[in-house]
Every structure is written in C-alpha cells, then in structure tokens.
Design a protein around this ligand. Structure first.
Ligand SMILES: [Zn+2]
Length: 162
C-alpha cells in the first residue's frame, strides 16, 4: 500500500491544500500484481479508457479497466511494469492531469455578476425606469431598468451587455 499527496495550485491568496490521492499496489496470490489508482478530482475522472484483457495463458495474463473513477490493473508477476506503462501512456494524453482548476475570488465574483445579470432578463415593463434621468424601461418585478437594478443590488456598475 502506498499513497502520495498532491498539492493543488495556489489561488486567490489561499494556502495550498492537499488531497490524498490513492495509489495502491498489492500482490495477488494467483500470483501476480494488482494496481488501483484513484482518479477522482483529477482531469482523468471522466476520461474514457478502453478495457484491456490479455489472457494468453494461466501464467501470462494482464487486465486493465477504469471503473467508478478508479484505474484497476492486474497481471502476472512479470507484468507490473506493463500495467504502469499502460496507465502512464493513457495519462500522458492529459499533460496536466493532476491540475485541478480552482476558481479565484475575482473569477467567482465575475461569474456571480454574469449569472445575476442574465437572470434579470429583458426590460419588458411599459413604465420607465425610476432612476433619475434614465429613459429605459423597467425589468419585470422592479422599478428600474436592467442596468440600474443591477447597480442598486450589487452596488457597482452593470457588466457590459453581450
Ligand atoms: Zn435605468
């Protein structure tokens, strides 16, 4: 049994956090090797893997599959290297597979602004916006136009309409 931890990238002035990432290599009494690698929260967790089954003889066999966000490999006593190479060549198609994207606080605020803005909807009411000097019409359930409603609720200018 072995495990190692990976550090996530620094973001938004937060201290780095570590997630235990399980890699288990055990022996089988067949005899043989068993390898289990946890893929959860990595870029590989939803990546497709074509199952491999090489059952040449009772003494010469190897199987690899991905199931429930885990890589499982097993094989006869001479195949540990081959199992790990199969895993690594699959991994290498995602060069930054250990990188987890963490949203920074600035990115999160921008996303909330955009979500709020699009939820406001179009200016559909016939009455004019109550903001002094504004001649735009009101959005539903508000006395303001879309931009002024956003400004009132978020205390900052509305994002550019796109
Ligand atoms: Zn307005």
């Amino acid at each position: 049994m072995a495990s190692f931890s990976r550090s996530s990238q620094l973001s938004g002035g937060q201290p780095p956090s570590s997630i235990l990432f399980g890699v288990d290599i055990d022996t089988l009494d067949n005899p043989g090797w068993s390898v289990k690698i946890d893929l959860e929260d990595t870029l590989l967790e939803n990546k497709s893997f074509t199952q491999i089954e090489k059952d040449e003889t009772d003494q010469s066999w190897l199987r690899c599959r991905v199931e429930d966000k885990k890589f499982f490999g097993c094989g006869d006593p001479d195949r540990l290297g081959e199992i790990l190479s199969i895993f690594l060549s699959w991994v290498k198609t995602e060069s930054d597979w250990l990188t987890v994207h963490h949203e920074s606080s600035v990115e999160a605020e921008l996303r909330h602004d955009r979500e709020f803005w699009s939820a406001l909807g179009d200016e559909v009411e016939l009455a004019q916006c109550s903001y002094p000097g504004c001649d735009r019409r009101r959005i539903q359930h508000s006395v303001f136009c879309r931009s002024h409603h956003f400004e009132m609720m978020r205390s900052k200018p509305a994002p550019a309409d796109d």
